[in-house]
Write a protein that binds this ligand. Sequence first.
Ligand code: LIP
Length: 262
Amino acid sequence: MTADRLGFAVSLARKAGALAQSMRDQAGGLDYTIKAPEDYATDADYAVEALIRQRIAETYPDDGVLGEEEGLKGRVDGCWIVDPIDGTINFSRGMDDWGISIGYFNGTEFELGVIYAPDKDLMASGQIGRGAFVNGKPVTLGQGHPDQTKLISIGYSDRQPMQEYTDRIARIRAAGMDHRRHGAATIGILGVLSGWFDAYYERALNIWDAAAGLAMIKAAGGVVEHGPFDTFLKEPTRVLAHNGRIPEIAQIVDPPHSQAAE
Ligand code: LIP
């Protein structure tokens, strides 16, 4: 008999977060592997992914794992989707906007997810049919913040044109809303679950940055949009996750006839 997958993922994310923090704090500092301009991995990214893979293999040997650093091993229709450290640049500089992201794809949908932000001491978890929770408190989406501000968290990477990104921010501002960029998609999505933001958007996001968060937003009754699974499993797609409070948000971030909307 295997453990409940959601409980397993929560406990695993805690262990993973502790390992990442201890490696960052080690006397010799972190080692860096440059993957592309502004895209690198530290030895902590690799060690955390190895830990997660090892624990999954011990507990759920038939499950596949798709991770940012080591790619897909095993089946896809019953597959953990893992970003060992999302927001590596923030993490390695001692900022607190980074997270461990562990999701599970059952072949049809993102079924469950956990995002753990160790430096913020925030643990979000959720499963379709069971709701979502932040530090054990049930998530209620759509109420908005008492100050009435509408706040959109946006991700940006070199995978998208800069002009498109700045145009999108201009449209958000013109619609009377504001934006934030954290450099970690997990923190943006955690922010929607926590009530900081109404939506998270990124024009071209990798599945390991998104799977866990999208499962939780959906489990909490929010709205998620992303590319078809067969595409998303291979390449970045447009991702929008929101609390339903701004029905026109999809048209604001991607107006009809824009390239991203197609
Ligand atoms: C990063 C994301 C960030 C996104 C970048 C990148 P990494 O992940 O979380 O929000 O804009 O495209 O993928 O590389 O720090 O794990």
